[in-house]
Ligand binder design. Structure first.
Ligand code: NAP
Length: 337
């Protein structure tokens, strides 16, 4: 075997310091603690991405104490690729650490052709989790989410499917994603009656996208669930990345979910927020994360990353999550403006 092959295949040994700096918060009233910063595999883990980079991001995450990893059936491209790559990386590098990881996957968006590969039927959800487990080479996931509400399937059916998957031992806990306040309450009550509490709610939330209405956060708390928020950096807008234009290889150049126009529309706010962060002695990304965690109701911030360095920089946000009143006010003025 060539030397570089040997180096590549050398067993990963995680940092012994990995639990020293991360903050862990209880997820609702469950027994589970989640890291204040979690990692999502939506982008950068597909077959078109570098496998070695994906592997290095995951190793860095674990070294930083990020124990919670968030996937979905359709993360790629192509659909399923992120789970498949993750399965290989788990086997190669994390075989001995499965019990130190809290792994989530989801189903609810289009996954396969025909009438049974989308939305919230029992038929779709049960088949999808079986497929996810095969791709990830896992016996069970720690949390299985319904990825989005389905207006045409009775909530009872979706909830019964989720309960069944827990009773079958294929998922330990249930989560819901993008559910309104009203549906969150209904789903959580139904699941409670079935003896399978729903422990976590996932929604989009950042300085730029504050759709997660305050009543939803209150409902989540009343339902004794934890709250994890995705795209906390507005997909990279709330970083230094776009201050001087749109760099090649950035998400705005290659993802259908982040349009260049959207970047341009936000540029003046990004610059003003960057100045506030600088005054606090933080990077903009760190301030954006701290701003979210400043709300006690939020359990974990679900980041994406295209390099290990980004994660390293972003986790430093935890060193300063407090804000002075005038800083919060200045941020609010920028966001309203
Ligand atoms: N439930 C749902 O419906 C749903 C929907 C969307 C996402 N999610 C979950 O949420 C996770 C996170 O979403 P997201 O990736 O949109 O989160 P995000 O943290 O807002 O954006 C991550 C992107 O920002 C850029 N970035 C991060 N740190 C940076 C830094 N320090 N400096 C410069 N650029 C930086 C990188 O993009 P570049 O490629 O430009 O470097 C990175 O890939 C997903 O992976 C997924 O697990 C869930």
């Amino acid at each position: 075997m060539q030397l570089h092959e040997q180096i590549k295949n050398k067993a990963y040994s995680p940092s012994p310091e990995r639990y020293k700096q991360m903050i862990y918060k209880r997820c609702g009233r469950s027994g589970v603690l989640l890291p204040a910063i979690s990692l999502g595999l939506w982008h950068n883990f597909g077959f078109t991405d570098s496998f070695e980079n994906a592997r290095n991001i995951l190793k860095k995450a674990f070294d930083l104490g990020i124990t919670h990893l968030d996937l979905a059936n359709n993360y790629g491209p192509p659909y399923g690729a992120a789970e498949e790559n993750f399965g290989h990386i788990l086997k190669k590098d994390f075989g001995a650490y499965r019990d130190e990881l809290f792994i989530a996957t989801k189903a609810g968006y289009d996954m396969w052709e025909g009438p049974y590969g989308n939305w919230g039927s029992k038929k779709y959800l049960t088949a999808s989790l079986d497929q996810s487990l095969v791709r990830m080479k896992l016996d069970y996931v720690d949390v299985f989410y319904h990825h989005r509400p389905d207006p045409n399937t009775p909530l009872e059916e979706t909830v019964h499917a989720l309960d069944l998957l827990v009773k079958q031992g294929k998922a330990l806990y249930i989560g819901i994603s993008r559910y309104s306040s009203e549906d969150t309450l209904k789903a959580s009550e139904m699941l409670k009656e079935l003896g399978t509490p729903c422990i976590i709610h996932q929604a989009k939330y950042s300085m730029f996208e504050r759709d997660l209405a305050f009543d939803t956060l209150d409902t989540i708390q009343k339902a004794h669930m934890g709250s994890i928020v995705f795209s906390p950096l507005a997909q990279g807008l709330l970083t230094d990345k776009y201050l001087n234009g749109i760099p090649p290889q950035s998400r705005a150049t290659k993802s259908q979910y982040l349009k260049e126009d959207y970047v341009h529309q936000h540029l003046s706010k990004i610059k003003k927020l960057h100045a506030i962060a600088k005054k606090r002695g933080q990077k903009l990304a760190q301030m954006a994360i701290a701003w979210i965690l400043n709300d006690e109701r939020i359990t974990s911030v679900l980041l994406g990353a295209s390099s290990p360095q980004q994660l390293e920089e972003n986790v430093k946000a935890l060193a300063q999550t407090q804000f002075e009143q005038d800083e919060l006010q200045a941020i609010e003025e920028v966001l309203k403006g």
